[in-house]
Ligand binder design. Structure first.
Ligand code: NDP
Length: 392
């Protein structure tokens, strides 16, 4: 039996992970499940999977969680300290699917036990990539990518020599506003940007797809995870979302990974790696698909991609600033405080302002530095939001 823990169990990735685990319950011993505010779901899953411990990130939700687990013998805990304590429980496999910078610390702790970390939490690689990978190496841990694009690249690289890799291309659907006139983008509402043409995901990541902040994060993740130069990583708009990524080799070969847009493929690959097992995902009918289209992303429509290039070139703490400012800008857009196209302005101005105070390109030394930078960047980004709000 494999011991597993799922961080962010109540979210979209977490629920898909539990769906796969539930199909072979005899194979898994679920140790920790964590969530945030959705303690009803957390308690339901902790009971169903007979977890040892259920942790909510929020102390004020602990009484409800305790009550829901009363009489089951399942421990209930709350807060960041409890999340870290849960990550310190030795297991064979951990899903890191907490959203945001809150997912960093549990991931680092899990790696210290030499576990296999299935990494969905984008923020870990964007804000602290080199540190995370070094931590994994130091403890003999394995990190497996769960983002569909990175899982696709990972799979295309099996048995290959990284020295033969010329470029990595990740695809982007283009998001819900892909075909809007550029002049209209400034007036896009949350509802407009929150409708994804292909993937069924949470609201935040769907809006990040429309602005391409999601792809910007993934470009940075690709550079960090696969250790390639910024100029070897590119994004291409592929409206059908059937090809997730391609790897170009020095002999001109381009290896593509195709699959239906269903996160259970990438999650399942990470769960069963290094073997492949049958997964409940749709099989592609190529004749029915008939056409796969590609186009270069427009810099004016998607300025976030230019910011990703800047971050990849700068390295160091710039990813932490980028991510924090992006979070604040997205919150502001969701709250109607700034417009859709203002989000990149907020992030660009925050990067520019902080680069005058902090040497962003210096190598990251500790997780604490990353978290402090995240904190400062949020304050500065908030100032940028307030400025734009006043100007509206
Ligand atoms: P969701 O918002 O659906 O779920 C996030 C999870 O994190 C939930 O369990 C949530 O709890 C929990 N959570 C929220 N805030 C905190 C906090 N402060 N501390 C601890 N836990 C918290 O996100 P997704 O599942 O969509 O994404 C998870 C991660 O995976 C993100 O980093 C995302 O970018 C990445 N990802 C997602 C993909 C997708 O298809 N959804 C694809 C690839 C990567 P609760 O809901 O109970 O409040």
């Amino acid at each position: 039996m494999r011991k597993v823990s799922v961080f962010g169990a109540t979210g979209s990735i977490g629920q898909n992970t539990l769906d796969l685990i539930s199909r072979a319950p005899e194979a898994y011993d679920v140790v920790a499940l964590t969530g945030g505010r959705n303690v009803t779901q957390l308690a339901k899953d902790a009971r169903a999977f007979r977890a040892d411990v259920a942790v909510t990130a929020y102390e004020d939700h602990l009484p409800t969680l305790r009550e829901a687990l009363a009489g089951t013998g399942i421990e209930a805990a709350a807060g960041q300290g409890a999340l870290v304590e849960a990550a310190d429980r030795p297991v064979d496999w951990v899903m890191s699917a907490i959203v945001g910078a809150a997912g960093l610390e549990p991931g680092f702790h899990a790696l210290r036990h030499g576990t296999t970390l299935a990494l969905a939490n984008k923020e870990s690689l964007v804000t602290a990539g080199p540190l995370l990978l070094a931590e994994g190496r130091a403890h003999g841990a394995t990190i497996l990518p769960v983002d569909s694009e990175h899982s696709a690249v990972f799979q295309a690289l099996v048995g290959e020599d990284m020295a033969a890799v010329e470029r990595i291309v990740i695809t982007a659907s283009g998001g819900g506003l892909r075909d809007w006139p550029i002049e209209a983008l400034a007036s896009a509402t949350v509802a407009d940007a929150g409708a994804h043409p292909n993937w069924d995901m949470g609201q935040r990541i769907t809006i990040d797809s429309a602005s391409m902040f999601n792809k910007a994060m993934e470009l940075i993740e690709t550079k960090e995870f696969f250790g390639v130069r910024p100029d070897q990583v590119e994004a291409v708009v592929h409206p059908q979302s059937i090809i997730h990524a391609l790897v170009g080799f020095c002999d001109g070969a381009l290896m593509a990974h195709l699959g239906a847009p269903d996160m259970r493929h990438a999650i399942g690959y990470a769960l069963h790696w290094p073997t492949r097992r049958a997964l409940p995902v749709a099989r592609l009918d190529l004749a029915e698909l008939a056409t796969l289209e590609f186009r270069a992303p427009c810099d004016i429509r998607y300025p976030a991609l230019g910011l990703a290039r800047q971050v990849m070139e700068t390295g160091g703490l710039s990813g932490a600033v980028f991510n924090a400012a992006k979070e604040v800008a997205l919150d502001a857009f969701l709250a109607g405080r700034v417009g859709f196209m203002d989000m990149t302005g907020v992030v660009a101005a925050t990067l520019d302002q902080i680069s005058r105070d902090i040497r962003l390109h210096d190598a990251i030394e500790t997780l604490e530095t990353v978290l402090e930078t995240d904190h400062v960047a949020r304050q500065r980004a908030e100032e940028q939001v307030a400025k734009r709000q006043n100007d509206r």
